[in-house]
Design a binder for this molecule. Sequence first.
Ligand SMILES: Nc1ncnc2c1ncn2[C@@H]1O[C@H](COP(=O)(O)OP(=O)(O)OP(=O)(O)O)[C@@H](O)[C@H]1O
Ligand SMILES: [Mg+2]
Length: 434
Amino acid sequence: MVTHDRYFLDKVTNKILEISHGQLYGYEGNYSKFLEMKAQREEMELASERKRQSVLRMELEWAKRGCRARSTKQKARLERLDALKNAGGPVKDQTVELESPETRMGKKTVELHHVSKSYGDKKLIEDFSYIVLKNQRLGIIGPNGCGKSTLLKIMAGLLEPDEGRVETGETIRMGYFAQEVPDMNTEQRVIDYVKDIAEYIPTKDGKITASQMLERFLFTPDMQYAPVSKLSGGEKKRLYLLGILQAAPNFLVLDEASNDIDIPTITILEDYLTSFPGIVVTVSHDRYFLDNVSDRIFEFDGSGHLQQYEGGYTDYLEAKERQMSLLDDRESIDKIVGNEEKKTLKKDWKQNHSVKLKFSYKEQKEYETINEDIEALEEKIAHLEDDIMSNATNSAKLSELTEKKEQIEEELEEKMERWVYLSDLAEKIEAQKN
Ligand SMILES: Nc1ncnc2c1ncn2[C@@H]1O[C@H](COP(=O)(O)OP(=O)(O)OP(=O)(O)O)[C@@H](O)[C@H]1O
Ligand SMILES: [Mg+2]
């Protein structure tokens, strides 16, 4: 199957194929496992890139020190230098850094007072009161048809409640992303759709133009100048979403924004929301998305009431489980409390004991002399090469010299590896100091 639904992927797959920059990668496992292994793969690629850079630095250093390229070994090294320079680093997936717009928000945001709403004899929301706090991230969950979209519309001021009232602060700029993408003018070019909303978004560090915004949301220049009618369903939804962000809201209401949207785009949206300095209310069935963008979950309980849970979706699940087991068995209380304590203890310990990089005494000594050691070995090799030349007719001597030379070359290779490791470490230590 092909799907963007990470929760679903997590549940039903045991092997994942990823297409990335023209390469196909296979991963044994579900989506979580895939994420883990992909991170590992990228980490490995980065590590070998770091090593490449390091070797490159080392080789340049040697080249600068007089380029003694007489021996074949040294010539080979210079060739290796060229190859390294031309190799290029790993291709990273495109990630996007978005500055969020500046928001000026007064004290009052959105307040719901004793809100009720029914359709016919179906009571969706009953006497719901809530004051949304600044920078709050609310997630709303519940089965199809329970009234999630209805609640969002009431919050956004698009629908009147039957009873109660909604008060909205004067500084609130509402951005409402509807569950159904509204009709778009399909003749219009993609870039103009965004420009019609706003030419640019002001941020702390300057302006983001419509075109930059599009680029950041993975619309290539070609796509930007194509008419909206050429876009796929998911791309239209992405455009609709970025149009809402382009209006620089400070209160975002997202009704299933992650549906139909591919994972890179969701990741971009998640990043954007992380640095978004306003309020976000989301309805989503995407557990990962909820985990990443919400710090409080409201659950429709089936009778028009909303239960509150602190944290993301995973926290909600854990809290639910806890509730269940508390009901089941009073004894389990002790166990749960105990586990929680252990967990926080572990976390605290980790936070207070972050690994501090440093050279061991031996490494320090080694680092101080390694350049000289390498030069000494190189000189030895050069001498041996001269000896080999002058003993060209003495086969016994020749094989002895050659063997010796190979041995020293091996030593040199090892030293160079150490050099890479040590200078890498030295750099990291330096970085940690600053
Ligand atoms: N304008 C309307 N007139 C009559 N009934 C409506 C209206 N809007 C919604 N409903 C009904 O209210 C209920 C809740 O609708 P709502 O769209 O809020 O659900 P939801 O929780 O968002 O569901 P989903 O997960 O499918 O998006 C549904 O049974 C729906 O049929
Ligand atoms: Mg809905």
